[in-house]
Design a binder for this molecule. Structure first.
Ligand code: BG6
Length: 479
């Protein structure tokens, strides 16, 4: 059974907590995965009583699309586990109050001092909160475990990430720190490792001898969604490339870990990131959406979005070429792209194999493709050539398709998996400090926000220049 514990959520009245975290915790709790000695302490700046917070939380659960089916009487019982405290995060008083609340919960938990502190706040608060908790003695693990979950973005460049790590480590050991990248909580992302290392047929061809190149796409049809304040400072390189895409890349390119545990897997991810060359200006294309039509709807250009600076150069699209200097991948480019207001939402990793050495059949020979469909229509497919029925020896590309539907199970929210892992002390699916720092190094040259991005019409696949990145013999997959 899970150990007694308290989950402390900072920024609990924020959007993420409301839409994702509370429903995820509720689902885990209702499934009995959090045990009976469990409490949630919400922390915010807003003045609220415990009672008002319970109402707030129940309302969030009733309205979120991510809430599991609610069992009879379950909401009321869940509500009784919730407490709230508020104040200024820069003031030591709030940490003293949190400590008192924890003491109370923990005596009811048989004296075990287990707590996870989830920082679901703007990044400027990561430092004051982790320091405040530490100074109040709340990182101390002598009578239980204390863990810190930190939302993204983790820094805005290498230096700020180094500084943030140093500040955190003044009070917290690295083993206590869980940096969230919600892509790692996705079932289909974990399946990259399962397919690669749980089968014998893929790994032998997963290298420069057989692979021509790899394409990783994270396309979104959504635009800014009213997040100008954040996005103007971040842009797509910080919002998607440095974290989510780099993680997909590392899982696809890494060597076989010696064990399936946090240390071994993260070691391999760091190793391949170290072997990867920092992206140069000429290996990157940045774009920004102009007005257009997405999914049948007219949308304005990025610069005309509310609260975007006139003439903003914030990129909303990026495509890059990664080169890896190691034995397995030397000479095999990995192309990564992500953008807002593209034609549809689709995330995919495609391993594109080399053509057969001889084109024996009319029309030449196509490249086989193994594609991991991360979302939606989750699955894995293999594209290869087959003879078309008839007198002629004509080949056509066909697809062998595995769909997650086959399991007949609903895919869980990535947040439930990650929250549970943190409660269980499993850091496998959380990027370690050296990974995050190396990922910043890789994008360092393309972080400059003063470069004019290339406009692309909303609802298209990004600027034309992204095609040139692949050279004349390769093409982005049509998704
Ligand atoms: C977030 C980004 O981390 O990931 C958003 O801040 C983006 O801009 C989102 O839309 C995409 O996540 P998902 O799970 O919908 O692919």
């Amino acid at each position: 059974a899970p150990e007694p514990a308290t989950l402390v959520i900072f920024g609990v009245t924020g959007d993420l907590a409301k839409r994702k975290l509370l429903p995820a915790v509720f689902g885990l709790w209702q499934d009995g995965l959090l045990g009976t000695a469990f409490n949630i302490l919400g922390v915010g700046r807003q003045d609220m009583t415990d009672e008002q917070f319970r109402e707030f939380a129940l309302d969030a659960l009733r309205t979120s699309k991510e809430t599991d089916e609610i069992q009879e009487g379950s909401l009321e019982k869940f509500a009784s586990l919730l407490f709230y405290t508020f104040g200024d995060f820069a003031d030591i008083g709030i940490y003293e109050r949190i400590k008192r609340e924890l003491d109370e919960a923990e005596s009811a938990h048989g004296g075990r001092k287990n707590a996870v502190f989830y920082l679901s706040t703007p990044p400027s608060l990561f430092e004051p909160i982790s320091t405040g908790l530490g100074s109040a003695g709340l990182a101390d693990e002598t009578e239980g475990w204390r863990r810190l979950i930190i939302e993204k973005p983790f820094g805005r460049d290498l230096q700020s990430a180094l500084d943030l790590n140093a500040t955190i480590h003044a009070h917290w050991q690295e083993t206590q720190v869980y940096r969230i990248d919600h892509y790692l909580g996705k079932e289909t992302v974990q399946n990259i490792m399962a397919i690669r290392f749980g089968n014998a047929i893929f790994e032998p061809i997963w290298n420069r001898t057989y692979v021509d190149h790899v394409q990783i796409t994270a396309a979104e049809d959504l635009g800014l969604e009213g997040r100008a304040g954040y996005y103007e400072e971040a842009g797509v390189v910080r919002d998607m490339l440095q974290n989510h895409l780099m993680q997909l890349f590392a899982l696809t390119a890494m060597e076989t870990p010696v064990a399936f545990d946090a240390g071994a897997i993260r070691d391999e991810k760091v190793k391949v990131l170290r072997a990867t060359r920092p992206i140069t200006e000429d290996a990157a294309v940045r774009g920004q959406y102009a007005a257009g039509t997405v999914s049948g709807e007219q949308v304005v250009g990025y610069r005309d979005e509310p609260n975007v600076k006139p003439g903003s150069k914030t990129p909303t699209y990026v495509a890059v070429k990664l080169e890896i200097d190691n034995w397995r991948w030397s000479g095999v480019p990995f192309y990564l792209r992500s953008g807002k207001h593209l034609p549809k939402k689709v995330t995919e990793i495609a391993v594109v194999f080399q053509r057969p050495p001889l084109g024996l059949f009319p029309g030449g020979a196509e490249r086989n493709v193994l594609a991991f469909r991360i979302q939606p229509d989750e699955g894995v497919s293999l594209k290869f050539s087959s003879k078309t029925p008839g007198q002629e020896d004509l080949l056509r590309e066909v697809v062998m398709d595995f769909r997650y539907d086959a399991f007949g199970a609903q895919l869980e929210s990535p947040y439930s998996r990650l929250l549970l892992d943190a409660m269980l002390g499993d850091a496998t699916l959380f990027p370690r400090e050296d990974e995050v720092e190396r990922a910043w190094e890789l994008v360092a040259h393309i972080l400059n926000m003063d470069v004019e991005p290339q406009p692309y019409t909303s609802g298209t696949w990004g600027p034309d220049a992204a095609d040139d990145l692949l050279g004349h013999d390769r093409r982005w997959r049509r998704l």
